[in-house]
Design a protein around this ligand. Sequence first.
Ligand SMILES: Cc1ncc(COP(=O)(O)O)c(C=O)c1O
Length: 381
Amino acid sequence: MLGKATLDIPIPNLIMRATTATIHLEALRHNLQRVRALAPRSQVMAVVKADGYGHGLERVAQALSTADAFGVATLTDAERLRRAGHRHRIVLLSGFDEPRDLGLVQEWQIDCVLHHEYQLALLERTPLARPLALWVKIDTGMHRLGFAPEQARRVYQRLRALPQVGEIRWMTHFACADENDREQTEAQMQRFSMAIDGLPGERSLANSAALQAFPDSQGDWVRPGGMLYGLSTFARKMGCDLGLQPAMSLSTRLISVQMLAEGERVGYGGTYVCPHAMRIGIAAVGYGDGYPRHAPSGTPVKIDGQTAMVIGRVSMDLLAIDLSTAPSAGIGSEVLLWGPELPVERIAEMAGTIGYELVCGVTRRVQFAADQGSADIGVAA
Ligand SMILES: Cc1ncc(COP(=O)(O)O)c(C=O)c1O
């Protein structure tokens, strides 16, 4: 039976789980403009893989529709873009794996990255109705995908002999462009230019970090991903330090408030011990929504515009917050987990990861909302 004290508590206006990822469309457009300003002579392939880095593929592509091409990792994403009506060049960044893929690539008119001998052999024995546009990837030091630099000429000759091959472009990918080690990136640039010296075809090298830190690498096409979403890959730098605007806010509400005595322990494992009597709030978000379980006590959140901190272990659906710095917060108060006023890079650093992983990891039970916004969306200092 409910006691009188319980009945006296005002019932908040919570109809459904309030955990929401708000996507700031104007921020996406602003960040694309920033790419254009930094790389005015290059065409822009907006990398929208992993569901637009977790922001929602269709909504991101719509906001970035002035890009010159889209880069995706799966044929499913390429198909989604075509079904949404985008007529842009779409590049499948790992190319095709099997004969069936080639049929789909033709059907949806997708460009393919060609990175391995087995793909070349498959292409040689598969007649195609229309010539396929290829981006031949050279492995200049990342050692993930790509032909060795000394194979470039031989690959080119074999491709040019095939009626099923149309335009040929060249690309490589940097391993360390976001680090201070300039030597590695410069060595990769040199290997790339030597490998394809004199061969015709447009060149593409730069991801977000390279296009910002190595203007010489920009080439005919730049391939930004993270920076379009306002993310930084540079250590100790936030997107806002780079003139970028965060494109996602993750927020929720407090669904419980507790008064705890000194010495009481909070959450699974009781890892947080109250140093004094304190008021804590329980927010409706956890690792089941994509908030990182490894965010330790002390990770910041914002409540009513005040910075407060996570205490104890993050659980699947809930996390606890010390409300000492937000005395007016109560049940129903909005909690910002990351967004323009609280850079995702700060949360990522606390949790031992990067902002990219956090935004990509927001799960399907989170509601998504689009914010048309205005160009002067505030950013944290
Ligand atoms: C081949 C390729 N190009 C470009 C990008 C975009 O990188 P970033 O998001 O760091 O700009 C990626 C992402 O991993 C990639 O794999």
